[in-house]
Design a protein around this ligand. Structure first.
Ligand code: GDP
Ligand code: CA
Length: 342
């Protein structure tokens, strides 16, 4: 079984942990038995195509927030209470950087996290590509899945936002500044990914989509996470052409985002914060869109019939990923829907 997942950071990490767990239950790998930290091996192969739109240069180092969220979470070294970064983190270097006036005072870089950024930047300086760096970072921990940045081209996202204090009433800022400093409160007018027209899928990305048995779209931010991945020229085409079924999971439950501020992004591109509206935004593959199947939560069950009329195979299941069991059950439902649409 070959499964390819498109994912962002937070919703992406929870979902991919569920996929990994479900695969270990359904297709156990008899040769690995119980691996490190009780993590069971699987005979299935899982590839995650990771959003790179949130990446940025800051304080002289390259940050890849969604990649690192997945890396730390799958390795089990993430801070589960804060929901981001490393467990047992300290912030001594960040305090020094603040004294020097380097970086963003409202954007804390943990010491352990900075270690990752320094390693990444060192390898980039030596000439490695982001996907080669990603491969090296994954060698440290047995993740049980393969993480592939969507592209090696720097496609950092900028937001054109309304700001009454700016000349002309609007200004451009890096997505991370809009998201973290302003908590997405400055109304976004447009999202722009730098260099996106000239970007290419990273090595292995098109193959992972073409050779998959099922492609899953994680319940990630539809605009800045999944939207960026499918904007890389060649990825949407690969999704259109793959013989695999493409199944998405709604990040919206009962008209609300589960975590984060994705509603501010949807509003900016004129899409309602609603599970069915996101499915229509992605579109049915039969009509030139991305999806064969779509999972909504049980509270959104009423949208299943209209979505099926619109050419999708849809189903309602519990979408809240509260723990590993609920995440695994959701991953299983997505895999099953992929089989059903065949
Ligand atoms: P980011 O890169 O950190 O913004 O994370 P993602 O793009 O991967 O995911 C953000 C989205 O995940 C948000 O829109 C949330 O609504 C969604 N999300 C987070 N937790 C859950 C969950 O338990 N269930 C579902 N269905 N969606 C979730
Ligand atoms: Ca992100």
């Amino acid at each position: 079984m070959r499964i390819t997942v498109l994912a962002g950071g937070v919703g992406g990490s929870r979902f991919v942990r569920g996929v990994r767990e479900e695969c270990a239950r359904r297709w156990p790998d008899p040769s690995t038995g119980s691996g490190r930290r009780g993590q069971r091996g699987t005979a299935a192969s899982v590839t995650v195509i990771v959003n790179t739109g949130d990446d940025l240069w800051l304080a002289g180092v390259r940050l890849m927030p969604d990649f690192d969220s997945l890396l730390y979470s799958l390795a089990g070294v993430n801070d589960t209470e804060r929901g981001w970064g490393r467990a047992g983190e300290t912030e001594r270097v960040s305090a020094e950087l603040r004294e020097w006036g380097v970086g963003w005072p409202w954007f804390t870089l943990g010491d352990l996290d900075l270690g990752t950024h320094l390693a990444r930047t060192a390898w980039l300086r030596e000439g490695a590509t982001p996907s080669q760096v990603a491969e090296r970072l994954q060698q440290r921990w047995p993740l049980g899945v393969r993480l592939l940045p969507a592209t090696d081209t720097e496609v950092d996202t900028y937001v054109q936002a309304a700001d009454p204090d700016a000349p002309g009433g609007e200004r451009e800022l890096h997505f991370q500044e809009w998201w973290t400093r302003y908590r997405a409160a400055l109304p976004a007018l447009e999202f722009r990914q730098r260099n996106i027209e000239s970007a290419r899928p990273a090595p292995g990305v098109v193959e992972a989509i073409a050779d998959a048995d099922v492609v899953l779209i994680a319940p990630s931010n539809p605009v800045v996470s999944i939207g960026t991945i499918v904007s890389v020229p060649g990825i949407r085409e690969a999704l259109a052409e793959t013989p695999a079924r493409v199944v998405g999971v709604s990040p919206i439950i009962g008209g609300q985002v589960v975590r984060g501020m994705a509603d501010a992004c949807l509003t900016a591109i004129g899409v309602e914060t609603d599970a069915a509206a996101v499915a229509r935004h992605y579109g049915a593959r039969s009509a030139g869109g991305l999806l064969d199947g779509w999972l909504v939560d049980e509270v959104d069950a009423a949208s299943v019939a209209p979505l099926e009329e619109a050419g999708l195979v849809a189903a309602s299941v519990p979408l809240w990923m509260r723990d590993l069991d609920t995440s695994a059950a959701l991953a299983g439902a997505a895999i099953d829907l992929g089989a059903e649409t065949r």
